[in-house]
Design a binder for this molecule. Structure first.
Ligand code: KG4
Ligand code: ZN
Length: 378
């Protein structure tokens, strides 16, 4: 087997068409991405049919561009990794079909990647030696999940949101405040001009001993706050509201992440996924990590939100572990990751040091993913 496999990654699970080539030593040979914000922006959320159509129109060009940018022949590829789920069914189908066709034509293994595992792997893109064991918080549009990662592709779910994902809470607030889509970056920008202490929103589950999250209450608190404000006839300070709302979410995320670090006696923490692009979250994490002497990894902005480099990276984990797929692989819109993957539970030093989170298992990791983004006006 090639000691340094070279993997083509393809991502089409939602509203980004992306392709990338990553070498076995972690070198990113290319990364090309086409965003669909122009298609969905006016609807306030992703319209699945439009997403699929745009993927069909662009995916071949994006993959060809990734190969060209890498300056490599097709014959140099060791495998093709493609997001198999979770995500929008029609959108996934486009990438999976192309990935299968390419792997078949090139006579290389096909690797069906779980999108969430892709986000997990993104912690190692810029820092291939990022230490393990570590805690990884995946915080995106559909997920708020805490993992204990022991080694490449070996992890255990230790906490998760019981209702909305943090990204969903950002997107919904932006909609209520008429800030447009995608909502997270809009709240982030607005919050920079506001006073985070002016309005205090609830910090759900912050002090509880669980590593689980809950973000639906904070969204309801915003709804009532806006209703009462409208009734009183007072003017809204959108920047103060955005700053206060963002602060509440960020504080909960940071507290839980560091609580996980403490409980599992690890010294490294990575925060990944779209919401990890948030300026305030990054600042507070950096501050806390420095104070606690924790090694913190935050992906650069381009690797926080959906991209194909992370899919190729996760593809390397699958490749190393011999987790290949057969030609009858299908897209799986509701694909759930098992609560643990690999021998984490059975392995030595970490066992018994930590109290398990209260999460019941097995967990439907995909249950919330994209649902709010899946249908405009949902
Ligand atoms: O990882 P991602 O691109 O797609 C999913 O897998 O869901 O994450 C998208 C989410 C959206 O909810 C978006 O509003 C949020 O990430 N997001 C942000 C920021 N940038 C993206 N949330 C807060 N602040 C940001 N700067
Ligand atoms: Zn994602």
């Amino acid at each position: 087997m090639n000691p340094k496999p070279r993997i083509l990654g393809i991502e089409t699970s939602c509203d980004e068409t992306a392709a990338a080539v990553v070498d076995g030593d972690g070198r990113v040979a290319s990364s090309v991405l086409s965003s669909q914000d122009d298609v969905h922006g006016k609807y306030g959320g992703v319209v699945p049919e439009l997403a699929s159509r745009r993927h069909i129109e662009t995916v071949e060009r994006i993959v060809a561009a990734a190969m060209q940018q890498a300056g490599l022949p097709w014959s140099s590829l060791s495998a093709v990794a493609v997001t198999r789920g979770p995500g929008l069914a029609g959108a996934l189908l486009v990438g999976v079909s192309l990935g299968k066709a390419l792997a078949y034509a090139l006579k290389v293994p096909l690797l069906g990647v779980n999108h969430l595992e892709g986000h997990l792997a993104s912690a190692w893109i810029d820092e291939p030696d990022f230490p393990r064991p570590c805690i990884v918080l995946v915080v995106s549009g559909g997920h708020t999940h805490l993992f204990l990662v022991e080694s490449a592709g070996v992890y255990r779910l230790i906490g998760r949101t019981l209702d909305d994902a943090a990204g969903e809470a950002f997107d919904k607030a932006a909609k209520m405040l008429s800030l447009g889509y995608p909502g997270g970056p809009a709240i982030d920008r607005m919050a920079r001009m506001g006073n985070a202490a002016a309005i205090r929103f609830p910090r759900p589950y912050r002090k509880r001993s669980t590593l689980d999250f809950s973000f639906s209450g904070i969204k309801t608190a915003l709804l009532y706050y806006l209703r009462d404000l409208d009734r009183s006839g007072k003017a809204r300070s959108v920047s103060d509201i955005a700053a206060g709302y963002q602060e509440a979410i960020v504080e909960v995320l940071v507290d839980k992440a560091f609580e996980a670090v403490r409980r599992f006696h690890v010294k490294a923490l990575a925060v990944v996924g779209g919401v990890s692009a948030n300026t305030r979250l990054r600042a507070l994490l950096t501050e806390r990590a420095r104070a606690a002497g924790v090694h913190l990894s935050l992906p650069r902005a381009a690797y926080c939100t959906d991209n194909a480099v992370m899919i190729a990276m996760a593809g390397h984990w699958l490749f190393e572990n011999g987790r290949f797929n057969s030609w009858d692989m299908e897209a799986d819109a509701g694909w759930t990751l098992p609560e643990s993957h690999g021998p984490v539970e059975r392995q030595g030093p970490l066992q018994g040091q930590a109290r398990r989170s209260s999460s019941p298992g097995p967990v439907a990791l995909s249950a919330g993913r994209k649902v709010h983004r899946g249908r405009a006006h949902a």
